[in-house]
Design a protein around this ligand. Structure first.
Ligand code: PGA
Length: 259
């Protein structure tokens, strides 16, 4: 197994939680404590916009802040949208883009492609979520993921693609998917190799250096196995990141990992 020497990343996706600033503050303070003890990984907390800028302006060392979406225009008549310029001016360093829950609300690969490009234009690292809805024996899920990658990264060049992170999140393994199933580290390994191949076909050698992380019901019991997959650059944690005890354990396990 080859060692991945670049710094790994733990992304927390809070989704539309929590409901109060007090709760958000307590989760951030906990993450700050664990990030100070943790030397090996960067932690990125992706908060709802309404709480985000309370923290993103301040320096928390290796604890960073991200949005859960952004719009591709800089300013103007786009009611309800948040621009990459606003995020840049607020110290936001990352943005999840193309999450399956946003795709389910109508976001298309073309919209995602524009968002990815504009995030990079404004110095924000996009975390592009890809992942198939179901797995069938005919393996069409490879085409589904390839399509999401090709369209999502369509506006990037060899020099900009390395500024993205790919989060492989099989929708069938996400904690809130009805009748969900557990994905295995082998599922992630196989898709990780496939994603690297798609990126290398499109962007040549540099495509292989794009970070790929895993998301989908990551918790303190399974995180070591996903974090340790060959070629894994880390994990994206949803539900478990809203529980300080569980999230601390997850970070601790990643930090102790030899991977
Ligand atoms: P989960 O969420 O860890 O609760 O499955 C992950 C995600 O949807 O980003």
């Amino acid at each position: 197994m080859s060692k991945n020497t670049a710094r790994k990343i733990i992304v927390a996706n809070w989704k539309m939680n929590p409901s109060t600033f007090e709760e958000a503050n307590s989760l951030v303070l906990n993450a700050q404590i664990i990030s100070e003890k943790n030397k090996k990984t960067d932690i990125v907390l992706c908060l709802p916009f309404v709480w985000l800028t309370d923290f993103s302006h301040k320096n928390f060392g290796k604890l960073f802040f991200g949005a859960q979406d952004l719009f591709w225009e800089e300013s103007g008549a786009f009611t309800g949208e948040i621009s990459p310029l606003m995020l840049q001016n607020s110290g936001v360093r990352y943005a999840i883009i193309g999450h399956s829950e946003r795709r389910a609300l109508g976001e298309t690969d073309e919209m995602i492609g524009k968002k990815i490009k504009r995030a990079i234009d404004f110095g924000i690292t996009p975390i592009l979520c890809v992942g198939e809805k179901v797995r069938d024996s005919s393996h069409t899920y490879f085409d589904e993921v390839k399509n999401q990658l090709v369209l999502g990264l369509a506006k990037l060049s060899r020099s900009t693609v390395t500024k993205t992170i790919i989060a492989y999140e099989p929708v069938w393994s996400i904690s809130t998917t009805p009748d969900r199933k557990d994905a295995t580290p082998e599922d992630f390994l196989e898709m990780n190799i496939f994603i690297k191949k798609v990126l290398a076909d499109r962007f040549k050698e540099v495509g292989k250096s794009v970070k790929i992380i895993y998301g989908g019901s990551v918790n303190e019991k399974n995180v070591a196995s996903f974090f340790g997959v060959d070629g894994s650059s880390g994990v994206l944690v949803g539900a478990a990141s809203l529980n300080s005890e569980k999230f601390s354990k997850i970070v601790e396990i990643c930090n102790e990992s030899k991977a």
